[in-house]
Design a protein around this ligand. Structure first.
Ligand code: SAM
Length: 244
């Protein structure tokens, strides 16, 4: 059926594609993608050939409108270079515009590096906050860590290998005492996940500079235990208010 199909693709291991994703890519009329070379490779791997249209969030409004218009009569699949579209990847503007235009939209869920990382690290997974890429600039990075530091949840960030040790140092300063997870090259041959103090991780990665793609995880703040003084004060207050 005509419309917009948001299709998740592998984050490394090419076998990580759902049967439904393959089916949609087989049936669609065109594939909107970030990089036609990257998506061309995936399509060849699947034995498929479709028109590939370049799309990202910098695509101007006129071309986006044209793409939306074509969805009235054609099935257009949206993919990104890897993983789930819209997750630190283009697509938000397109889905928003498609929804406003009343276009039929379907999502075909699948791999996502952040979700893969939270399943692997062994840090609390009941509450987590995905915050996209850590800012590159030192001040912006420190501000973001300070802003998120008080939240009772495991924090997840995307980070590049080249900036890993700097990011670890910043986390060590902004959120002292918390263990950090480094999930690297997920689903690939050199998949690795280490959970340790920032200092230990920095020592490890300075000796062996990391390559590839990385998800950083930060454990939640420790629950504040009430001090004896607090308990005394709470008791006094409770007794005072209970008096007739
Ligand atoms: N849309 C993608 C998803 O669903 O995960 C994320 C796209 S974002 C532009 C790319 C970043 O995701 C990388 O810099 C890295 O932080 C993370 N990433 C992607 N693939 C990964 C992998 N196989 N292992 C670890 N991190 C990965």
């Amino acid at each position: 059926a005509p419309g917009l199909y948001i299709v998740a693709t592998p984050i490394g291991n090419l076998n990580d594609i759902t049967l439904r994703a393959v089916d949609v890519l087989k049936r669609c009329d065109a594939v909107a993608c970030e990089d036609t070379r990257v998506t061309g490779k995936l399509m060849r791997h699947l034995g498929l050939s479709k028109p590939l249209w370049r799309y990202d969030d910098h695509t101007d409004a006129r071309n986006r409108a044209r793409l939306i218009e074509s969805m009235g009569t054609r099935a257009v699949a949206l993919v990104s270079d890897a993983g789930t579209p819209l997750i630190s990847d283009p697509g938000y503007q397109l889905v928003n515009a498609a929804r406003e235009a009343g276009i039929y939209i379907q999502t075909i869920p699948g791999p996502c590096a952040a979700i893969a990382a939270i399943t692997l690290a062994g840090l609390p997974s009941d509450r987590f906050l995905f915050a996209g890429f850590l800012p590159v600039k030192e001040k912006a990075r420190a501000d973001m860590l300070a802003e998120l530091g008080g939240i009772d949840a495991t924090l997840l960030f995307y980070e590049s290998a080249g900036r890993l040790t700097k990011a670890l140092a910043a986390i060590g300063v902004a959120l002292p005492g918390r263990r950090v997870g480094v999930a690297r090259e997920l689903t690939k041959i050199h998949e690795e996940c280490r959970v340790d103090t920032p200092a230990a991780l920095i020592a490890h990665y300075e000796a062996k500079p990391p390559k590839g793609e990385i998800v950083l995880l930060v454990e939640p703040p420790e629950e504040q235990e009430a001090s004896e003084e607090d308990v005394d004060r709470m008791l006094r207050e409770a007794l005072a208010t209970d008096k007739p």
